[in-house]
Design a protein around this ligand. Structure first.
Ligand code: NAD
Length: 269
């Protein structure tokens, strides 16, 4: 895709799932990739190996460089360090992908203040602080930049038992729009993707159980769950110059999940 070759991208939570697929796809498109992981590097090493393997097969990706960056996005100091290390070791930062995310299943009336803060700290505060650090770099350097937030269909669909997750993704929608508006004139684009049900470790409750997966798929108009590679393709597009005039948008990638499937057949006059 146009405009990705030679750019540098930082992907948070890139040791598994959607973040891993994004790092691999961006490397395939010729981006240098900083692969963030929270604690142990094994998953990130797999990401790096696959990213380099993919990149080697593509002429446009020759010379792609990668970097593993440890950092907990719920800690401000880690974020500052992670962004600074990326710039120092890979020479610049052009694309930030706010992907790291967590969830827990708890009835809303039992959610503790600590659990609330923990999930917000990763999903929303962490994403904001990564954006702030990246924007500061772009403004200081007088350069343009791109942020892609990995939101969820639950930025608009209520999610009982996952209230903090739903609040965090709802907040992400307005963060995407607010930052896009505030920095549009400086050439900084901010967009989001909102995945539907996708096969990744976060969904271990149903990915290893065909019956449960079929139950999930029964709610999806296209009749199947999504893949990380499908999410990564949309991120590559939004990060590229093909999307140069797109900002402040959330692209839903959900097999039609947000199309009100119950209205497939008329049930009211
Ligand atoms: P995942 O569990 O494989 O990925 C989440 C990643 O975030 C993991 O690698 C984890 O180590 C990392 N992470 C967690 N806390 C972190 C922290 N404090 N600092 C740094 N990294 C941290 O699951 P996934 O499905 O790939 O999730 C990626 C994103 O996609 C999340 O934001 C999630 O909310 C979103 N999403 C996923 C789905 C889905 O169905 N899989 C649907 C909608 C949205």
């Amino acid at each position: 895709m146009k405009g990705l070759k030679g750019k540098t991208a930082l992907v948070t939570g890139a040791a598994s799932g959607i973040g891993q697929a994004i790092a691999i796809r961006l490397a395939e498109e010729g981006c240098n990739v900083a692969i963030n992981y929270r604690s142990s590097p094994e998953g990130a090493q797999v990401t790096e190996a696959q990213a380099m393997q993919q990149a080697c097969g593509q002429a446009e990706a020759c010379g792609v460089r990668s970097l593993l960056v440890r950092g907990d996005v719920s800690k401000e100091a880690d974020i500052c360090q992670m962004v600074a290390t990326t710039i120092e070791k890979l020479g610049n930062l052009d694309i930030l992908v706010n992907n790291a995310g967590i969830q827990t299943e708890t009835p809303s009336h039992e959610v503790t203040a600590e659990d609330f803060d923990r999930i917000m700290g990763v999903n929303l505060r962490g994403a904001f602080l990564c954006a702030r650090e990246s924007i500061n770099h772009w403004l200081t350097q007088g350069q343009t930049g791109v942020i892609i937030n990995i939101s969820s269909v639950h930025e608009i669909i209520p999610r009982p038992l996952y209230v903090t997750y739903a609040i965090s993704k709802g907040g992400m929608e307005n963060m995407t729009k607010t930052l896009a508006l505030e920095y549009a004139a400086q050439g900084i684009r901010v967009n989001a993707i909102a995945p539907g049900a996708t096969v990744t470790p976060i969904n271990k409750a149903w990915i290893e159980d065909l019956e449960k997966q079929a139950a999930v798929e029964s709610h999806i108009p296209m009749g199947r769950v999504g893949t990380s590679a499908e999410m990564a393709a949309a991120v590559a597009f939004l990060a590229s110059d093909e999307a140069a005039y797109i900002t402040g948008q959330t692209l839903f990638i959900d097999g039609g999940l947000t199309l009100y499937a119950d209205f497939r057949e008329a049930w009211s006059a």
